[in-house]
Ligand binder design. Structure first.
Ligand SMILES: Cc1cc2nc3c(=O)[nH]c(=O)nc-3n(C[C@H](O)[C@H](O)[C@H](O)COP(=O)(O)OP(=O)(O)OC[C@H]3O[C@@H](n4cnc5c(N)ncnc54)[C@H](O)[C@@H]3O)c2cc1C
Length: 447
């Protein structure tokens, strides 16, 4: 599939396509053997490993799959999942939660259960650095020696593209959180909507390969749906830095036009020029237009989770993602350290299904290395993504895609199945499939 084919597929992500095609997978080695941060010599309270120890940092969609499938395919491995949160809260389907379509219980899951069911150890701590020479991970609860180390910390926000000072950034993070990192941000967003009395509600969409390409458009639809059904005289202004909707374009445009004409103002090419939080005005776009708001959720650019940089395994430019081999996920020049999930540099969709399917592959790859069987054949990650455009009745659109390489260069999508139809029975079936997909994913990660 060449670039023209990708765009022909009804805009399977302009942003992702650009990232995909422009992506060069060769990279320079990371600084070898360096130590970053320490735990002051404190050892983590873990029973000594009985087999090769695999430490997975980050209990998200990626890390949970890596931990489970490493242990499944190498039962003698001693697998430890290090996660800073004490319970899992899902980002996927959280847009339904903020408008009251599902409850928090549906999103929240038990790390201890995942560890018990799959025979690995859950270690509730924050990773703070690594001593590569001594193969030791430093955490807030002490040091852990490893044979294989997987870093799957997800993303962090990068507000630098908006040129805001630190005080404004802190206000943006606390008063207008993006809602693209799970937990408190989603609770804040839900409260904002419950308290909203009318006027403009601004959402922003960054450019680059941001987390979950369709989610800002899905969120615009669901908030508009919420205003409409609750008789709130509100309008969602979606300031999109991209020239057009980045994925499922036909489906979202038709939903905006046919269902939410009076409730969504979609503004493409709206790069943010300035944000005045006291006057509640955003200036955006080449024409430098002002947009007043009553409330907002500002989604800035993203970068890989800071841990990647802290551990000295980040690419020096771009979104500071892991400097890895695209087929083994191993850090260039560092044996047995891997980076997976949204912190990877390959131009795949930064989505949960992608991270989970990739986690199956990387888990098996590490297991077979432990089993002395060598590397397994590369398998494409699988992107499956449903987006709701309305609730009760719930209508959704979807996309499914895999990836292909030419040599070592990512050459685009393959086996694409785009479903932009949200009307009628097809849309209703997509809505049902969305819930079944989420339940299936939670089963895979926690059972
Ligand atoms: C609103 C929204 C809707 C979405 N919808 C979909 C969808 O419908 N379908 C889909 O496939 N994807 C969707 N996604 C995308 C999906 O959530 C992400 O792509 C996925 O979570 C990436 O997995 P990950 O494991 O890389 O990161 P995460 O799931 O974010 O996990 C990273 C984990 O690492 C932990 N961590 C970070 N640093 C440290 C540290 N130093 N020490 C210990 N732990 C650490 C974090 O606490 C976190 O638990 C959506 C995302 C959002 C925000």
């Amino acid at each position: 599939m060449n670039r023209r084919d990708i765009l022909k597929y009804g805009a399977l992500s302009i942003a992702a396509a650009t990232t995909l095609v422009g992506c060069k997978e060769e990279a320079k080695p990371a600084s070898k053997g360096a130590t970053t941060s320490t735990s002051a010599g404190v050892t983590a309270p873990l029973v000594p490993a009985k087999g090769p120890r695999v430490v997975v940092v980050g209990g998200g969609w990626s890390g949970l799959a890596v931990a489970k499938y490493t242990k499944k395919f190498a039962p003698n491995a001693d697998v430890v999942l290090v996660e800073k949160r004490s319970e899992f809260v899902s980002c996927p389907v959280s847009n339904l939660y903020i408008v009251g379509g599902i409850d928090l219980e549906f999103l929240t899951h038990d790390y201890l259960q995942a560890a018990r069911e799959n025979n690995y150890e859950f270690f509730n701590a924050t990773a703070i650095g690594v001593d590569k020479a001594n193969k030791t991970l430093h955490t807030s609860e002490g040091d852990i020696a490893y044979d294989h180390l997987v870093l799957a910390p997800g993303i962090d926000y990068d507000y630098s593209h908006w040129g805001v000072d630190l005080a404004t950034e802190r206000r943006l993070r606390s008063e207008y959180p993006a809602g693209f990192i799970p937990g408190s941000e989603h609770l804040t967003l839900k409260t904002k909507l419950e308290d909203f009395e009318g006027g403009n509600f601004i959402l922003t969409c960054p450019s680059g390969n941001y987390r979950c390409l369709p989610a800002p458009y899905e969120r615009a639809c669901l908030i508009a749906d919420y205003f409409k059904k609750n008789d709130i005289k509100g309008k969602v202004i979606l300031l999109d830095e991209n020239a057009d909707i980045t994925i499922k374009k036909k489906g979202f445009h038709s939903a905006f036009d046919e269902m939410y004409k009076d409730y969504i103002e979609y503004v493409p090419g709206a790069k943010i020029n300035s944000i005045d939080l006291d006057k509640k005005v955003v200036n955006a776009g080449e024409m430098e237009d002002d947009y007043k708001f009553e409330d907002a959720a500002f989604y800035p650019h993203i970068r890989a989770g800071k841990l990647i940089e802290v551990c000295g395994v980040a690419k020096p430019d771009g979104q500071r993602e892991g400097n890895i081999d695209p087929f083994t996920y191993e850090v260039i020049g560092e044996k047995n350290i891997y980076v997976t999930g949204d912190a990877r540099p390959m131009g795949y969709s930064k989505s949960g299904n992608t991270s989970n399917s990739e986690g199956h592959y990387v888990g098996k790859l590490i297991a077979e290395r432990i089993n002395g069987k060598g590397d397994i054949k590369w398998k494409s990650p699988l992107t499956v993504c449903y987006s709701a455009v309305s609730l009760q009745p719930e209508h959704a659109i979807s996309v499914r895609a895999e990836y292909k390489y030419e040599g070592r260069k990512l050459a685009g999508f393959t086996n694409v199945d785009m479903n932009n139809e949200w009307r009628g029975k097809v849309g209703l079936n997509n809505g049902k499939a969305l819930h079944e997909w989420a339940k299936g994913m939670f089963r895979d990660m926690f059972n």
